[in-house]
Design a protein around this ligand. Structure first.
Ligand code: ADP
Length: 550
């Protein structure tokens, strides 16, 4: 009986192995072994790298014997690019498909291997092929990197750096803080769109504080360490505590911490619970700071945002004109060029820092290919279209999108100024409302804030008779504030909230905002024009526009 079974198993195993070999041949990349940034450094130091291929989200590293891969965010591409040429590949969809296929096959083989091992007799030892590469498998150890990024490498985003200064000081001198029993946040959530430097700035914090940096991507935890996510999280915290002071950085935390509602997954839930347990289980004085990045805070499970967890938020928005200028200066600092930086900063609305970096690099390549000795505006123009819409598409705004944003944000700025909701600046790519940290909020203040978040949508409806997806985040915030007002603070019409009171409040405020906006249309137009020219408007400037008109 047992014999027959193992014979069958063998046949199936050989079949699957054959399939696997074919698949592996075709899809080598997908089976490439995942390595950490430190292991990459080892490869670099041993000069084993033969070829680098970028196919997001991974960078593939070909050595003489083996193909490795590493999440792109874990490496300094620009730095690496100085030493090796990096080839770029696209067609992700195919690789996704290929990936799924090969994973299925792998799972089959793993299952059979496991069965064979379970029924193994001394004579049927399977040959292991795991130890052929130059490096030990990544799963076994969690190693930090030593970041060499400094704040001086991070251009613009001054407020963000200021916000993080305290964390750096704490990591440098945890003892001082302990002595005075000062509690610091355990978790810092970096919120912002892709490519604005969330990972980079976290690395810079580690670099400035000279502490180990543990990088983990949320997506990897749930996708690669299938069934082991929770364990992985536990080990990560263990290691970080051993090496404290240190930083744990969890990229794309939404992959783990998506709000539980719609897409339930036991795997993700277990991982998330482990993360919450770990965060509750250590004292902030232990010297570990957990930083995490997301581009969609409204998607996160509220448990993550509770006090004692990620209770410090740092928003990083797309760079505005001044920031872009700083970033461009930094990128072109050591490149010979004759570029009009001001006008380039002006015309790159919507570009993230990463996008600007791509643009500059492509322009440098263009200059090289055409035998120019320096980068010129023409080189930039030549690659711009290709960078915006071509193979390596990056986020940027078209003229039309810029206009929509100008209308949208002018509505917000107008409403905020009119209702005395304090803000630092409101602009086409960045908006900074001041977070008022008060113990007691009045109902009218809360309603004012809600109206500001509705005002953009109100404005585009009035101007274009249309709604746009850029309103999503504001609308979600408006709803959250309305819920808080009525359900949490109990500021309902009666004493007890009734049925759909939140909805009714929102509708009412939307209508009020609409009426008000119609009356103030001229002022809104002026602000819109100001935004189209200047990109940002500060409270004082909006106030003076309103003063002149009324
Ligand atoms: P995110 O994590 O927000 O998606 P990254 O931190 O991965 O973005 O940024 C991508 C790359 O863009 C970084 O490796 C860095 O080279 C560059 N970069 C991002 N922000 C800045 C900045 N403020 N100054 C200089 N370079 C930046």
């Amino acid at each position: 009986m047992l014999d027959i079974r193992s014979k069958n198993t063998k046949i199936v195993a050989i079949g699957v192995l054959l399939l696997l070999i074919i698949a592996a041949f075709l899809l080598l990349r997908q089976n490439a072994r995942l390595i950490s940034a430190q292991q990459l450094q080892v490869l670099q130091e041993k000069q084993l790298i033969k070829r680098l291929v970028l196919n997001e989200p991974y960078l593939y590293i070909q050595t003489a014997k083996t193909l490795y891969r590493i999440p792109v965010e874990a490496v300094e591409l620009r730095e690496l690019g100085r030493h090796y040429p990096i080839e770029v590949e696209e067609n992700r969809a195919l690789y996704w498909l290929a990936g799924i296929l090969s994973l299925t096959i792998l799972a089959g083989v793993a299952f059979l291997y496991w069965r064979l091992r379970a029924t193994r007799t001394p004579g049927m030892e399977l040959e292991r092929n795991g130890s052929r590469g130059e490096l030990p498998p990544v799963k076994e150890s969690i190693e930090p990197i030593r970041s060499r990024v400094k704040f001086s490498d991070v251009a613009g985003i001054e407020e963000v750096k200021e916000d993080l200064q305290e964390i750096i000081d704490f990591l440098r001198h945890p003892g001082r803080y302990r002595k005075l029993d000062i509690r610091l946040p355990k978790g810092v959530l970096l919120v912002g769109p892709p490519g604005v430097g969330k990972t980079y700035v976290a690395k810079a914090v580690a670099g400035e504080a000279k502490v180990p940096f543990f990088y983990q991507s949320g997506a990897n935890i749930v996708e690669i360490y299938v069934g082991m996510g929770a364990k992985r999280v536990h080990e990560l915290f263990q290691r970080a505590k051993q090496m404290a002071p240190s930083i744990i950085f969890i990229d794309e935390i939404d992959a783990v911490g998506k709000s539980r509602g719609a897409l339930r997954s036991d795997e993700r839930e277990a991982t998330l619970n482990q993360l919450l347990t770990e965060m509750d289980g250590f004292e902030s004085s232990s010297g570990v700071i957990v930083m995490a990045a997301t581009n969609r805070i409204e998607m996160l499970d509220s448990a993550l945002l509770r006090p004692g967890r990620f209770d410090r938020r740092v928003h990083i928005s797309l760079p505005d004109r001044e920031d872009r200028l700083e970033i461009l200066k930094l990128y072109l600092r050591r490149k010979p060029h004759k570029v009009d930086l001001d006008s380039l900063a002006y015309t790159t609305v919507g570009f993230s820092a990463a996008a600007l970096s791509t643009l500059v690099n492509e322009a440098a390549l263009h200059a090289l290919r055409h035998g120019h000795s320096e980068i010129t505006d023409e080189d930039l123009e030549a690659v711009r279209e290709q960078v915006i819409s071509g193979k390596r598409r990056i986020l940027s705004f078209s003229e039309e999108e810029r206009r929509i944003q100008a209308v949208y944000q002018s509505g917000k700025a107008l409403m905020a100024t009119w209702l005395d909701v304090s803000y630092e600046k409101i602009g086409i790519v960045t908006t900074r409302l001041r977070e008022v940290e008060r113990e007691i909020d009045s109902r009218s203040e809360l309603l004012g804030r809600i109206k500001v978040h509705l005002a953009g949508s109100v404005a585009t409806r009035l101007v274009f008779e249309e709604q746009f997806s850029n309103a999503a985040e504001d609308l979600a915030t408006a709803r959250r504030l309305a819920e808080r007002t009525i359900l949490e603070y109990g500021m309902s019409e009666g004493v007890v909230p009734k049925g759909d009171e939140v909805d009714r409040l929102l509708i009412e405020l939307y209508e009020e905002a609409s009426t008000m906006m119609k009356k103030l249309e001229r002022a809104r137009q002026e602000i819109e024009e100001y935004l189209l020219k200047q990109e940002n408007i500060r409270e004082e400037e909006a106030r003076s526009i309103l003063r002149d008109l009324f």
